[in-house]
Design a protein around this ligand. Sequence first.
Ligand code: DDQ
Ligand code: CA
Length: 264
Amino acid sequence: MRRLPWSLSLSLLCLACAPTQRQTPDAGTPEVKPQRLVAHIVHTYPHDPTAFTQGLQFHQGQLYESTGEKGDLRRISLEQAAPLWKQPMPDVFPEGLASDGQRLYQLTWQDETLFVWNGAPPAQEKQVEYDGEGWGLCYWQGQLVRSDGTSTLRFHDPKDFHVKSQVQVMLQGVPQEMLNELECAEDGVYANVWHSNNILKIDYATGRVLAVIDASALAQAVRGRVRSYEAVLNGIALEPGTGRLFLTGKLWPDLFEVTLVGPA
Ligand code: DDQ
Ligand code: CA
């Protein structure tokens, strides 16, 4: 057999193992302007001001939250701040939370462990190890989308959590770092930007920022009622069926239903 050039044979070898870097030519084009949207508060609900929110997720008709620091997995409601159910997780720092309809998947910040939950109330089914940091997580079309504080989103196989592909998130040619809590919508993935009042809506295929959502009205609404420097906007949940959008923050006393409004 004719020998393949070294670089070509290497890339053939790795076709099965290396994640695909996806990007189309328009992904970083500076002239493609994102939409500018503003989050308006529709309703204000109570939220546990001791919950260090890292993930907010509807699952089987219920609202769940993953909290970091001295964290847990908890089921919450719109009626009261206190959780309806919780499972403390004292040995790890829990992060993003996703649902495939059957299971809950929960990241950890630097513990390199994914927790998989099944049943109601959720029981731990398994733990899966992975490389790197875990920030945000959501589920879309058979894949788990993970952020890790960089500008890269990784697409994992839910079965063994191996990385299948990745995209870099770009806004008019500039990489967007510090992507935190995620929410998978049909037409894009919403991402909180850590320590900012902006939420980005990102195209799955290209990583291009489709919209920049200004959620500063929410931070304004909790001003004076939060103390910690780390009490920042984080937590996005879309309610299946109704499409209602809920946002909160770490250590915030409120959870908001919002609508997104474009320029007049
Ligand atoms: N992360 O969510 C950005 C991934 C990690 C945030 C860690 C913030 C510092 C933890 C210390 C808590 C102080 C209230
Ligand atoms: Ca979420």
